[in-house]
Write a protein that binds this ligand. Structure first.
Ligand SMILES: [Zn+2]
Length: 157
C-alpha cells in the first residue's frame, strides 16, 4: 500500500519590490533616501515547529495528533497574515511529499500507461497503469483491489 509522508512545510510569498514603500533603513541602510526597485522575488518561510514551545521542545508527534493538518493550518494562518501587507503580491503553502510502500519501504513508483503496455517493462499482460513496481506483495494487493488476475509466479513472495 502507498503511504505518503509530508514534510518540510513552507510558506512562499512573492514580494513586489516596486510596490513596497519600505524605506531603505528596513534593509539596514540608515540615513539614505531611496526605495527598493527590481523584479518580483519570492521569500520562503519555515513555520515554527509544532513541538517548539520556546523554553520547551518536543517532537511534533508528541505535540500534535494531526501533524500534517496542524502544519497546514499554521502555514495558512501565517500566509493570511502576510498577504495583508501591501508589497506581498501572492503566496502559497507548500510541502514535500514522499510516498513509500508499506510492504518494502521503498519509494512508491507506478507503471505508466506506456510501461504497462510494454512487454519489456510490465509484469504480464494484465499489468495496467498505476500498478506498483517495488515488490510482489504490493502488486498482489493492487490486483486484488481491482479484481485483476494475479501473477502466474512470484505472487506468493
Ligand atoms: Zn513494495
Amino acid at each position: 500500500m502507498k503511504r505518503t509522508y509530508r514534510d518540510d512545510w513552507r510558506v512562499i510569498i512573492e514580494i513586489r519590490p516596486t510596490a513596497t514603500h519600505t524605506p531603505l533603513r528596513a534593509l539596514g541602510f540608515e540615513g539614505l533616501d531611496g526605495r527598493v526597485v527590481g523584479a518580483p522575488f519570492e521569500l520562503e518561510i519555515a513555520p515554527q515547529r509544532l513541538g517548539d514551545f520556546g523554553s520547551v521542545s518536543m517532537s511534533d508527534s508528541l505535540a500534535s495528533r494531526d501533524v500534517d493538518g496542524d502544519y497546514r493550518r499554521r502555514c495558512e494562518e501565517l500566509l493570511a497574515e502576510l498577504l495583508k501587507r501591501p508589497h506581498v503580491a501572492a503566496g502559497r503553502v507548500t510541502c514535500t511529499e514522499t510516498s513509500v510502500c508499506t510492504h518494502c519501504d521503498l519509494r512508491w513508483e507506478e507503471l505508466t500507461a506506456d510501461e504497462a503496455a510494454d512487454g519489456s517493462t510490465n509484469q504480464d499482460e494484465h499489468s495496467v497503469e498505476g500498478e506498483p513496481v517495488c515488490c510482489y506483495p504490493a502488486i498482489t494487493e493492487f490486483r486484488i483491489e481491482r479484481g485483476i488476475p494475479q501473477l502466474a509466479e512470484g505472487g506468493a513472495a
